[in-house]
Design a protein around this ligand. Structure first.
Ligand code: ATP
Ligand code: MG
Length: 494
């Protein structure tokens, strides 16, 4: 069943979000508690102040009303009130007020009745959307009731500012929480990055890479498990490489004996019957194929064991290529005069180019490519030598392209072409001229040892074009380090 995999956010993102949510929850609760406590404190303090003021004014009004002939409106005006507060007086059933905005009808009926019946009371209510507090004081001695209305608008504004400030503080705390989470996750994950770098280096072929746990107790278990795994892996790979090398070595002496015996038989070929001669031919073809395979395997095992080394010479690039092409065009045992001439094109940039190169390995590269072009590509069309980044200086590299007249290489085959024993649709066939599928794998290894690369693409005008890029000055021990730029085609980079 094809189950869809949902991609989860990374550990760092999850830790960051957790810290942010935690900070938000904590700061939200703190802000809420602070707001409610501050609000309750403010209101009770202000209401006590309002009550105090109302009682003082009520007693002033009571004293004044005891004096006969007191002008009530003047009396109310003379009462000292807090800014924004307004007085309302009921005396002998008549209502007086200092402001037209507040009078009998604005005071809540329940409050009015309670105070007129002789009980002091205070109540919060709204006038035109503005919160107000009314404090009512009965004045039974003078048959009156004194009300004072105080506005809560200023307190509400203060509380709104406080709420806004607390919300901003909660937002800032949330952001700070997220930042701390990201930093903490980054710190916690840093050791893992070391392990992942080491794993990447091992995957790239640097089998000796290990993780150093330092003095980190948590990391040391992971590091020692990782290093143990790397030890096993390295041991196993080296054992396998040694095995291939040992087997190839062991096969060399019987092969030499077989070749010598076959040469003896060849000298007596004329005395053999036709069936015997045919058998001799088959034996000879298979033996030379076998010998080549053993020598290729030996070469490859040296790469695997890491013991392959460059033996560099300073040579003229065009001479080198011409020489290698002539040698390749004259394969073992063939008639040098019947081998078809291969045109070598030296581009102007590469005319006087000098390269430091392992000549034997370069000749093996060219021999493999020319041999392949002959076997699978209808013959070599031309070999082109170029220096796309100039012939000298840092970054300069020699580009050698071998083009053929064959069917070319299908794009989906290009990635596999450089794998060991890959023979494409030739796999399974056996014959005198058939290869073993090691040729291009070796080409890639030789190129890589120089810090270069090999790629395959379509040749202009059809056919395949194998492109080898080799640095003019290989850096010792940096196989693949400062190689030439990668092409757009399947490229095995060293
Ligand atoms: N120029 C080419 N045109 C078409 N196909 C090619 C060309 N060169 C290589 N191939 C394909 O790539 C396969 C692998 O080539 P490679 O040189 O690695 O092995 P081989 O030639 O089969 O054997 P060996 O080179 O070890 O004797 C070949 O079997 C062939 O199918
Ligand atoms: Mg080949």
């Amino acid at each position: 069943m094809n189950r869809e995999r949902r991609t989860r956010p990374g550990l760092r993102a999850r830790v960051t979000v957790t810290f942010a949510v935690g900070a938000l929850a904590l700061s939200g609760v703190m802000a809420g508690i602070t707001y409610l406590t501050a609000r309750a404190g403010f209101l009770s303090e202000r209401q006590a102040e309002f009550r105090r003021q109302a009682y003082v004014n009520a007693s002033l009004v009571q004293n004044a009303l005891r004096v006969p002939g007191t002008e009530v409106n003047q009396l109310l005006e003379s009462v000292d009130t807090l800014p924004g507060s307004r007085s309302v007086l009921n005396t002998n059933g008549q209502w007086f007020a200092t402001s037209i905005s507040v009078g009998r009808s604005q005071i809540p009926a329940a409050e009015r009745e309670l105070v007129l019946s002789g009980t002091a009371a205070s109540q919060t209510f709204t006038i035109a959307g503005t919160p107000e507090v009314v404090v009512g004081v009965p004045l039974p001695g003078v048959h009156a009731a004194y009300f004072e209305v105080f506005s809560l608008e200023e307190i509400e504004r203060t509380l709104q500012t406080l709420a806004l400030t607390l919300a901003i503080a909660a937002g800032v705390t949330t952001l700070a929480g997220a930042a701390v989470g990201q930093w903490a996750a980054g710190r916690a994950l840093r050791p893992l990055r070391g392990v992942s770098d080491a794993a990447a280096a091992i995957a790239e072929g640097d089998l000796g890479t290990r993780v150093d746990a330092g003095d980190d107790a948590d990391l040391s278990r992971l590091a020692s498990s990782f290093n143990r795994m790397a030890d096993h892996l390295q041991e196993r790979i080296e054992r396998e490489a040694r095995f291939t090398s040992d087997v190839s070595h062991e096969l060399r002496s019987p092969l030499t004996t077989l070749s010598a015996s076959l040469s003896v038989l060849e000298t007596q070929r004329d005395q053999l019957r036709p069936a015997g001669r045919r058998a001799l031919d088959l034996l000879s073809a298979d033996l030379s194929r076998f010998t080549r395979m053993v020598s290729d395997l030996l070469e490859i095992s040296r790469f695997d064991a890491g013991s392959a080394e460059l033996s560099l010479d300073d040579v003229d690039a065009s001479e080198l290529v011409r020489h290698a092409v002539v040698a390749a065009a004259r394969p073992h045992g063939s008639d040098p005069f019947r081998a078809p001439a291969v045109p070598v094109v030296i581009e102007p940039a590469a005319t006087d180019m000098r390269v430091r190169i392992d000549k034997r390995r370069f000749e093996r590269i060219v021999a493999n490519l020319v041999d392949n072009a002959r076997q699978y590509g209808g013959g070599v069309r031309r070999v082109v030598v170029d220096a796309p980044a100039g012939a000298h200086g840092p970054g300069a590299f020699m580009r050698v392209a071998v083009e053929d007249d064959g069917p070319g290489i299908a794009p989906d085959e290009r990635d596999h072409l450089f794998e060991r024993f890959y023979r494409g649709h030739h796999a399974g066939r056996r014959g005198a001229g058939e290869g073993t599928g090691l040729g291009l794998a070796l080409v890639a290894e030789h190129a890589r040892l120089h810090g270069g690369s090999v790629a395959v693409e379509d040749a202009p005008g059809g056919g395949a074009r194998f492109v080898i890029d080799l640095p003019v000055e290989p850096v010792a021990g940096s196989a693949g380090g400062d190689g030439p730029p990668e092409g757009t085609t399947s490229r095995v980079v060293g």
